[in-house]
Design a protein. Structure first.
Length: 761
């Protein structure tokens, strides 16, 4: 509405002048009508001036000025509309042109009255929220249930006016409109959007209905806020090492309940405690599990919480008890709503947990990339923590390094003093940094606040910021806007590559991935996909991935490729194999810290050895397998972090630049992939989904991270060919032929979910 207000004001002026010049002027007192028109024009000009700065329009003081102008225009149009009804009715009956002008004046009055009431709603809702949701100002108690009820009443009156304007619009003779209002013209295009406004009221009413629960009106609303470490990539964005609770009361954050991030492990410890009656015995038994005593970990008396059966392959156990599952690893789905619900269940199920306030209204997750973008804004800039005087200022370029250096003080390459841990808690640094950043954001207004909002919107599109609402109506609206970070299950062609670092290190800072999709269009409307994924592990010569004796510096990844739900998987190659058992002559120190059951072979149902094709997302076909890119010499050919035999692994990385990549090939058939145009041709496009926590090419703003680049090529040579049902589309010779004359339709970084440009023939 703010964007269209200048054009709307001009349109109203055209309506009024057209009426005066063609109909009303000869029939009513010119002095009074002329004053109304001149006054309306004056206020319309004033509105255009106020609307030039959209940020000021959300300030209550500016809204009051806008409302004064709209009130004046509404009064003027009321008098003009009355004159039109009295004096113009006889002429309107005889002339469709004059009838149009009369309807336009009626519409102008209705829309201006609706705008006036809309401004009243804005005043009602925005005045108590001055300073924003993070403001802790005590000058306003925030929104109340009475405010919401008042807004609903006024909005209902506005809807009546808009519906009357739509009724008038439906009676207009489009062919008799002035040229500037006819279909296809600038203002005619605006007029044609008017019927859609009725649906907008349904959405606004829904928002007002769910606002009390979402904003804490009447009772507090609580949101889980999770920081994700993209350097240890997970399907939902990254390892979740820190979390906090954002509490809203009346749409504002209480001064005595500030948002702060704390150690996720503290919550998970309490979560585990509820499952294990005798912790000492459980720890001893789990740590001593061997092939001869496999049932110890199956005894429920010693089990901690296990991952959902959907993620049977998740290998970690023995964090505290037998199984390793909690908030930090609960984002194994590529679908953020699924991960958010898992996080809510863990927090709410943990009695006596830190920062467990009661019912949760939603989840907010973010990656360091979002914080880095904020640190680059001129009004925020770098942050210096007085508690760490030896440390350099935190910038977008050193953000992740500084966090890792303080949370993982055994790392190398950190600035002097970075290993100092204040208060004995390695997560204190993150806590203080988050508080300093929020304090700076709270001081912003005008253009500074606008830049933060724009960064947040960009982050939502890039999935560096993800939001989930527990209320299904609010969540549906978020998803309809394309900001829900949900996996697509609504049909159409496309693919989604999802990587999950299960090597317990920070290797993803040095991982880049290229995805080349060669699409061959078939005359039956289907398409053959030959997707080639190349994973490169660019381990730096003097780098650091936080590797201790239990975590080699290799890159270990569980990779899932999602295809359309109606796709037929034709073949795949390149996935790694997990070793089972202990090589002859090796000492199995691994059982002292059992993590993956492929080593001891005690629990083969938790071993992802060969690729599997049973999808874990309803409505999507899937293949899942291992990616193992090693940075060290291994005489036995043992891949990745499965090499836990200390007499072989020394903890040092002997990087081989000629063996630092792995290539995965996946081929499938998608039926009904392209749309026929009825003229012997057609068009094709596909959706490539971006995984949260991955990034485009390195730049000043994005110095590191899991880099993903995508190329899509279309092969249309088969559209006129006769097909052999027995064609082996995985054959490399056929692939080379198709690649030779395919047309490149997309080639670039995957920064957000991307639909390829339409390929037409």
């Amino acid at each position: 509405l703010r964007r269209e207000r200048p054009a709307a004001a001009t349109m109203l002026l055209v309506f009024m002048l057209g009426f005066v010049l063609t109909c009303v002027a000869p029939l009513v007192p010119l002095a009074r009508l002329g004053w109304d028109v001149a006054d309306a024009a004056h206020h319309a000009t004033d509105l255009q001036t106020l609307a030039q700065d959209p940020q000021k329009l959300i300030q209550p003081a500016t809204l009051k000025l806008v409302q004064d102008d709209v009130n004046a225009i509404e009064h003027d149009l009321y008098e003009i509309n009355a004159a039109a009804n009295i004096a113009g009715a006889p002429l309107a009956a005889a002339s469709s042109t004059l009838r149009n002008y009369r309807l336009l004046i009626r519409m102008g009055y209705d829309l201006t009255a609706a705008a006036d009431e809309g401004l009243q709603v804005g005043q009602t809702l925005l005045t108590p929220l001055q300073g924003g949701a993070l403001s802790t100002s005590a000058s306003s108690p925030g929104l109340t249930p009475d405010d919401i009820q008042q807004a609903r009443t006024v909005l209902a009156d506005a809807q009546v006016h808009v519906e009357d304007a739509v009724a008038a619009y439906n009676q207009i003779n489009q062919l008799k409109l002035p040229a500037q209002l006819r279909p296809g013209s600038k203002y005619g295009s605006l007029l044609s959007l008017l019927p859609l406004s009725v649906g907008a009221f349904n959405q606004l009413n829904t928002l007002l209905t769910i606002a009390p629960a979402m904003l804490g009106i009447g009772q507090p609303a609580n949101y889980i806020v999770i920081a994700m470490d993209r350097s240890e990539l997970r399907a939902g964005g990254g390892f979740q090492g820190n979390y906090g609770i954002l509490t809203l009361k009346g749409g504002k954050q209480p001064a005595d309940e500030p948002l702060s991030l704390v150690n996720t492990y503290d919550l998970d410890q309490k979560y585990y405690d509820q499952f294990v009656p005798d912790k000492t015995v459980a720890q001893q038994n789990c740590a001593n599990t061997t092939a001869s005593q496999p049932d110890i970990r199956k005894n429920s008396a010693y089990n901690g919480p296990e991952p959902p059966k959907t993620y049977w392959w998740w290998p970690y156990s023995n964090f505290s008890w037998c199984w390793n599952w909690g908030l930090r690893d609960s984002n194994l789905s590529p679908d953020f709503p699924t991960n958010a619900r898992a996080a809510m269940a863990i927090v709410q199920a943990t009695s006596g947990s830190l920062l467990n306030p009661g019912p949760i209204q939603g989840v907010v997750g973010f990656t360091p990339q979002f914080i880095g973008d904020l640190l680059q804004l001129p009004d925020i800039g770098s942050i210096t923590l007085s508690e760490y005087p030896k440390d350099p200022p935190v910038t977008a370029q050193n953000l992740e390094l500084e966090i890792h250096c303080h949370q993982l003080p055994s790392g190398t390459g950190c600035p002097p003093g970075s290993s100092d841990v204040k208060g004995g808690d390695r997560k204190t640094y993150t806590h203080l940094l988050s508080q300093a950043l929020l304090a700076r954001i709270k001081t912003l207004h005008g253009n500074g606040l606008k830049a933060v909002i724009e960064s947040a919107l960009t982050a939502l599109k890039n999935k560096d910021l993800q939001v989930y609402f527990a209320d299904p109506r609010a969540e549906l609206m978020l998803q309809q806007l394309g900001l829900g970070a949900q996996i697509n299950t609504g049909g159409g062609d496309g693919f989604f590559v999802v990587d999950t670092n299960d090597g317990a290190n920070k290797a993803n800072l040095y991982v880049s991935e290229t995805q080349q999709d060669l699409v061959t269009l078939l005359p039956n409307g289907g398409a053959i996909h030959r997707l080639r994924i190349t994973v490169n592990y660019n381990y730096p010569k003097n780098g650091w991935v936080y590797a201790d004796p239990y975590t080699p510096e290799d890159y270990n990844d569980v990779q899932r490729v999602y295809m359309p739900g109606d796709a037929t998987l034709l073949g795949f190659s390149g996935f790694a194999h997990a070793p089972v058992g202990v090589p002859q002559g090796q000492t199995d120190h691994y059982q002292q810290n059992p993590i993956n059951d492929c080593i001891t072979a005690d629990f083969p149902d938790h071993c992802l050895d060969l690729p599997v094709t049973e999808s874990d997302v309803a409505g999507r076909t899937m293949v899942m397998g291992l990616v193992n890119v090693s940075c060290h010499d291994d005489a036995n050919g043992m891949p990745m972090y499965y090499l836990y035999f200390w007499d072989q692994y020394t903890g040092s990385c002997h990087f081989d630049p000629h063996a630092n990549s792995q290539v995965i090939n996946v081929a499938w058939y998608s039926p009904n992939a392209w749309i026929a145009n009825g003229k012997g041709g057609g068009s094709y496009t596909e959706l490539i989904e971006k995984q949260a926590g991955t990034d485009g090419p390195p730049s000043t703003a994005n110095p590191s991270g899991s880099v993903v680049a995508v190329t899509v090529l279309i092969d249309s040579s088969q559209l006129k060919a006769s097909q052999n049902p027995g064609t082996d589309w995985t054959d490399e010779g056929l692939r080379a032929q198709a690649l030779a004359h395919a047309k490149k339709v997309f080639d670039g970084p995957l920064t957000q979910d991307t639909a390829t440009p339409e390929f037409a023939w």
